[in-house]
Design a protein around this ligand. Structure first.
Ligand code: GCO
Length: 473
């Protein structure tokens, strides 16, 4: 037997440093290469897309969520939270969508939309643990049938951030029982509505929810704890897996055609603050992995691990039939050091010029959508752009935003990406959580005093693209 010579401590340190430097170098080179590729593709897009037409069955839509539009959702955690914020920042009657959905769906039909994403309000369907409200289920059924009668495909989100107050009392997503509670609600909703729904989104933006509600305390329950945040991620992942199983089970029992079940994953481009800094590039890369990909990978592989920080093993792998991407903007990061939290870095303002900003100060960066569609194509699953939109008081900016982002979609599709639809966020102006009603995202303007609706010019531009299936350059 040959005995391996022991490396001296000095040699070991040197080899760790060399490997780390090499790793940083490779990451740096790879990201420079990627950026160059995108810039080139973008520059020649007008020529590349001359003969491009979106497929006939492409889902052209827009989205909303229950608490943001319905009004008077008094039985959930957000409503409770709003009692402690200024009066004009509370959701109140929102867009009164609960009573006006028919009018809004007619407007959507006028615009040629073929898909509409909305969410079910868990606290309406299950106002108390184990007690289901048939009138709420009937109401959602009417909404679904109204959409279908107008040739609009319903895409139903089962949880868009809000949870019933009774679940808050149980500990919310920190409770070990929360995945089972969710699965039970999903089963009821599927039994009542499933026959007419083909696309389900179980959870909206699990990473954003966890970050805002459990790390920075900006949303209910206002926690600031990394440990709790990781536990919530685990509950959400388990909740998805159980819900996926329930939906499939109910459809099989009823003999309905198999539905497609996915999540809406928020994706944010993380760019290095300095394009010369390999360390900043590494921070950007790590954030991309943890925030944009981790959850999706966990559901696909049935497990995920961040060495020494987090690990999860799920009861089942392969529980995504499609990936929903919510894309808005790009953020810049700077590395702070060598511990994990420091490598993840912090936000910074770069020296290089950036694109125009939205009303919330988010940079408009359509190339990012192309980047993500390409990157997520590696999972070999259909991709739905489940949210993409802009808040602005300049409607011309909204038209440009839509055109540019659809250019990104078309470009990626031309290169073979499996995109099945694009859902603009949002159909109507609505309640933007902690930002209140000021940000205007809608294709349709809402006058909150009269509840009058008005189709915006940008919606007409979107309609032109939908009807022709082509981008106009
Ligand atoms: C979110 C949601 C939407 C938002 C939209 C605009 O990301 O918070 O999915 O509810 O309204 O993204 O910020």
């Amino acid at each position: 037997m040959q005995i391996q010579p022991q490396k001296s401590k000095y040699q070991l340190k040197v080899s760790i440093c060399v490997s780390f430097a090499l790793f940083i170098f490779v990451v740096g080179c790879a990201s420079t290469h990627e950026t160059t590729k995108i810039t080139r593709a973008w520059a020649v897009a007008a020529t590349t897309l001359q003969d491009f037409t979106f497929p006939k069955d492409f889902l052209w839509g827009a989205g909303t969520s229950s608490h943001q539009v319905e009004g008077n959702n008094t039985n959930n955690d957000w409503w409770q939270w709003e009692q402690y914020i200024p009066l004009n920042m509370r959701s109140g009657q929102a867009c009164d969508e609960w009573n006006r959905f028919e009018e809004d769906f007619r407007l959507a039909q006028t615009l040629g939309l073929t898909a509409y994403r909305f969410s079910l309000e868990w606290s309406r369907i299950e106002p108390a643990p184990g007690q289901f409200d048939n009138s709420a289920l009937t109401h959602y059924r009417e909404m679904i049938l109204s959409l279908k009668s107008k040739g609009i495909e319903p895409i139903v989100t089962l949880n868009h951030f809000t949870i019933p107050l009774w679940l808050v009392n149980e500990g919310g997503w920190l409770s070990d029982k929360s995945p089972e509670f969710f699965a039970q609600y999903v089963q009821k909703a599927t039994e009542a509505l499933g026959g007419d729904v083909h696309y389900w989104i179980t959870l909206n933006e699990p990473a954003v929810y966890t970050y805002k509600s459990y790390m920075i305390g900006q949303w209910p329950p206002g926690e600031k704890s990394t440990k709790k945040a990781f536990n919530v991620v685990k509950s959400l992942a388990r909740a998805h897996v159980l819900a996926y199983g329930k939906i499939k089970e109910v459809y099989a029992q009823k003999g309905w055609p198999e539905p497609k079940v996915g999540i809406a994953q928020q994706v944010l481009i993380f760019a290095p603050c300095s394009s010369y800094s390999f360390r900043d590039k590494l921070s950007a890369k790590l954030r991309d992995g943890m925030i944009n990909h981790l959850f999706v990978q966990a559901l696909i592989q049935g497990k995920a691990r961040i060495f020494g920080v987090f690990s999860i093993k799920l009861p089942k792998a392969g529980t995504l039939d499609f990936i929903g991407l919510n894309y808005y903007t790009r953020e810049y990061v700077r590395s702070r050091g060598f511990l994990l939290s420091d490598i993840l870095g912090s936000e910074c303002v770069p020296k290089n010029p950036r694109g125009k900003k939205t009303c919330l100060g988010w940079e408009v960066y359509p190339q990012g959508l192309y980047t993500f569609i390409k990157a997520f194509s590696k999972y070999k699953l259909p991709i739905l752009i489940s949210e993409n939109g802009i808040c602005t008081n300049d409607d011309t900016q909204r038209s440009q935003f839509i055109e540019e982002h659809l250019k990104a979609v078309a470009l990626a599709m031309k290169e073979g990406a499996p995109v099945i639809g694009y859902l603009y966020w949002s159909l109507i102006d609505n309640y933007e959580w902690a930002e209140g009603f000021a940000p205007r995202f809608g294709l349709i303007e809402v006058d909150y005093t009269t509840q009058d609706r008005k189709i915006r010019e940008s919606a007409r531009k979107y309609e032109e693209i939908i009807r022709s299936g082509k981008l106009i350059f």
